[in-house]
Design a protein around this ligand. Structure first.
Ligand code: SF4
Length: 246
């Protein structure tokens, strides 16, 4: 996200409270390995989820978010072969929604892969009137249990517009804070990781603490520095996404 901010506003200073606050989706798709994979599919149009490195963005034809991925894929010519990276779970969901075969890079989010199907089934028994809502980065067996699937922003909107008063939420639990703020009379139930572990909480997101934010604003560092050529190349597929989203 910090890299995307810098790509869109290269003249501005972009600070990141903890420079190590990355993402497994980005780590799972190293630029050099991706280049080899892409070159082995030379006729493919490359669509990359925004949770990837700037290097991978620079190798892509189009960037998407979890909100607009299906809509963007549906706008592409039906006979165009598509390579989708880096999240294979999101890719499989887009495949099902768009009814198109995609060539998938085998990346995954460690957080969304730790949700337990057994825990969801147990919660459904305990709260039979609750709606199950899930992020498309979850595995297919969990998405099959959901009443509603959507990006973080769509899940937030859905919990406000739905007439249900109880939700079992299968995504990174940080979002429950905002859901509860928006809907103080509704109940939001967190799904634990496998065997009840707390590995459903993203260790990367939690690196950016309030203390580090304070220090970062006070001392104006660490600053994100990126090469001009990567910024220029990565901007092209992001601008294409923005144009196709209008
Ligand atoms: S939850 Fe963490 S690891 Fe997963 S996509 Fe989000 S930032 Fe990346």
């Amino acid at each position: 996200m910090a890299e995307t901010a810098k790509i869109l506003c290269p003249e501005k200073i972009v600070l990141l409270p903890d420079i190590e606050a990355g993402c497994t989706l980005a780590d799972d798709c190293p630029a050099e390995e991706f280049r080899i994979f892409r070159e082995s599919h030379p006729d493919h149009f490359v669509v990359s989820y925004i949770n990837c490195t700037a290097d991978v963005k620079a190798q892509s034809d189009l960037i998407c978010t979890s909100s607009n991925a299906v809509d963007l894929i549906n706008q592409l010519p039906k006979d165009l072969p598509i390579l989708f990276a880096p999240d294979q779970n999101l890719g499989k969901w887009v495949q099902r929604q768009s009814k198109r075969k995609l060539t998938l890079w085998p990346g995954r989010c460690i957080v969304h892969e730790t949700f337990s199907e057994e825990e969801v089934l147990a919660l459904k028994l305990k709260y039979p009137r609750a709606e199950v809502i899930a992020h498309p980065e979850c595995m297919e067996n969990l998405l099959d249990l959901a009443h509603y699937i959507g990006s973080t922003s769509k899940l937030l909107k859905y919990t406000s517009s739905s007439t249900s008063n109880q939700f079992i939420v299968i995504t990174e639990p940080g979002i429950l804070y905002q859901m509860r703020l928006n809907n103080p009379k509704k109940e939001f139930i967190e799904v634990p990781g496998i065997d009840g572990c707390s590995c459903n909480a993203c260790p990367y997101m939690r690196l950016n603490t309030l203390e580090k934010l304070f220090e970062c604003m006070k001392f104006m560092k660490p600053e994100l520095v990126m090469s001009k050529s990567i910024i220029e190349k990565a901007l092209i597929p992001i601008e294409k996404m923005l144009k196709m989203s209008n």
